[in-house]
Design a protein. Structure first.
Length: 567
């Protein structure tokens, strides 16, 4: 039976016990939603003792289903003040599954000052170790020191000084499969500061001597359905730009039609977008010994990750993604891909969300504190975050904090969280998702790419946002979203997989119902936390200011947003 680790930081104790029956068929985002609403008071202080950090595997963890080892991390968000689930690739979920651990819960706050890390050894023994010698050390150096101590086969979940300093933009970094770089981020919502508030520097997971064996209702049927599913995903991946180039391929789609954010979501076009696009990226990889088509977790057939080297052919960053490039790039009027890669590396090392941080930097440019396009000034500000200057600490608390401090009028946040790399005036379904998602302005909650739905009318825009938000709730409970995108034409297979693993009817409706329940539970949690319908709105300038690129505004009215989830 799957185990749960309960780490009590007040008592400095760890208990390993069977996971509760009510969570048996849950994983990922669905598990986090149900656990939090039962165990974490919605009105609690996000950085107080009542909040809990939840780290868990997906429904299909431990199986051969491709991308089933996506790690979900949740809690009450220090940034949004509501429920939060953020997920990441890497090798940690796989190692936890091998250890037979479905869920890790971190509770309470130590009575005395200090820093600790949890260590799960090859025999399944779990201990809390003194981490004070690692205090103030960022993620890359920390992982190097852990590798020296335990070998390079361990998986590491860690925070940098962003989490130690309780920055509301702080991420939790996960080591990538094979390279062991701490470049996979559960970035959004400031969950790194929640981990920091518990004085937990890291969780270090060794490969077990004896691998946990998953219990199947019908293993033969599962393997049969799993093989079909994996072949379907692999066939789709061959044509997928994410497989062939990585998520940077999105630049070519957004740059030409006004979806790419430019100069703090001004609505302008960025003619130089190809300077930070696929051709430039692939040319740099080829010339410098970089790589693409890298799996961030074992068994992934999408393989959208990459390794990006500097001009001297030395490793700079990996998992170099569209969002980081779009927001540190065109949204700050920067077209130097190498400079953006350096910014990505700094953020991963510090342990801060690149989306939140890049939007905070755009506030500095909008206010005139630094000039548009000045990459050296950006890197200097990131250095201030590392040094812990007064303004560096302010940047660490995100876009809204910086924007208000500098008196900026256009602050692109929903529920205090900065928008991702898509202008909602030209992808209105995504704008609806930004506004209404319990997660805040999060593109992964339901991205309706392109302008295809604009001509189909408001109903279609709301409909697709609603359906995608539900679908992604169960996707985030099962696998990587990029793999799930290729499963849409054969969703009944998911019903078969769930039934052959857990028993019961092979009915896709049980999967869909889980998505609906998760979404409604998250919304209820936020309501209990004090959020109202007024929090389900985009910033006013998207309604008032036209996109220079297309002439479009975000014109979805309040009533349409309010009834979106009247299923």
């Amino acid at each position: 039976m799957w185990s749960k680790l309960s780490i009590d930081m007040e008592k400095l104790e760890i208990k390993k016990e069977p996971i509760e029956k009510e969570y048996k068929e849950l994983g990922g985002r669905a598990l986090i939603a149900q656990y939090l609403i039962r165990n974490v008071p919605p009105t609690c202080d996000p950085l107080g003792s009542e909040n809990q950090l939840v780290i868990c595997n997906t429904i299909f963890a431990g199986t051969k289903l491709t991308t089933a080892h996506r790690l979900s991390i949740g809690g009450k968000s220090p940034l949004t003040g509501g429920i939060k689930e953020s997920n990441a690739g890497g090798n940690a979920a796989y190692q936890l599954a091998n250890q037979g651990i479905k869920m890790v819960v971190v509770k309470n706050i130590p009575k005395e000052k200090g820093l600790w890390f949890a260590h799960i050894d090859s025999k399944g023994n779990v201990s809390l170790e003194d981490a004070n010698i690692y205090k103030g050390i960022n993620n890359y150096e920390f992982v190097e020191k852990i590798n020296e101590r335990y070998g390079d086969k361990v998986a590491v979940i860690s925070i940098g000084i962003g989490g130690e300093r309780l920055y509301k933009s702080a991420s939790i970094q996960v080591t990538e499969f094979n390279s062991n770089h701490p470049s996979r981020a559960a970035a959004r919502g400031g969950l790194g500061s929640l981990m920091g508030s518990k004085c937990l520097k890291a969780i270090v997971i060794e490969n077990p001597v004896e691998k946990y064996k998953v219990e199947y209702a019908d293993e033969g049927k599962f393997n049969e359905s799993c093989l079909k599913f994996n072949k379907m995903i692999a066939a789709g991946a061959k044509k997928d730009p994410f497989h062939n180039f990585g998520t940077i391929s999105t630049i070519e789609a957004t740059g030409a039609n006004g979806i790419l954010p430019v100069d703090n979501f001004s609505g302008k076009l960025f003619p130089e977008y190809q300077e930070v696009g696929v051709n430039k990226f692939m040319t740099n990889l080829s010339a410098r010994g970089g790589r693409n088509k890298i799996p961030c977790q074992p068994g992934c057939v999408i393989q959208c990750s990459n390794c990006y080297n500097d001009k001297d052919g030395k490793y700079l960053t990996s998992g170099f993604e569209y969002e980081t490039i779009a927001l540190f790039g065109p949204n700050c009027h920067i077209s130097d891909l190498d400079a953006i890669a350096q910014m990505d590396r700094i953020c991963d090392n510090l342990g801060v969300d690149t989306i939140e941080t890049a939007n905070a930097i755009a506030m500095c440019m909008e206010s005139g504190k630094i000039n548009w396009g000045d990459s050296e000034a950006v890197i200097s500000l990131l250095k201030e975050m590392e040094d812990g200057t007064e303004f560096g600490n302010l940047i660490g608390n995100g876009c809204e904090a910086v924007g208000k401090h500098l008196g900026v009028e256009r602050i692109p946040v929903v529920k205090h969280q900065a928008l991702a790399g898509y202008d909602p005036r030209n992808t209105k379904g995504t704008g609806i998702t930004y506004a209404t998602s319990p997660m805040g302005a999060d593109h992964t909650a339901g991205l309706t790419m392109g302008r295809a739905f604009e001509d189909a009318g408001r109903t279609a825009q709301a409909y697709v946002s609603n359906k995608l938000q539900v679908a992604i709730c169960f996707s985030d409970s099962m696998m990587c979203l990029f793999a799930f995108a290729h499963a849409a034409n054969n969703l009944p297979l998911l019903g078969e997989l769930v039934a052959s693993l857990y028993g019961g009817e092979a009915d896709f409706s049980r999967v869909a119902a889980m998505g609906v329940k998760t979404l409604l539970t998250e919304r209820q949690y936020n309501k209990m936390a004090g959020m109202t319908i007024e929090d389900d709105r985009l910033p006013g300038f998207f309604y008032k200011d036209k996109s220079f690129a297309t002439g479009s505004k975000f014109d979805i009215n309040d009533y349409e947003l309010e009834v979106l989830f009247d299923f």
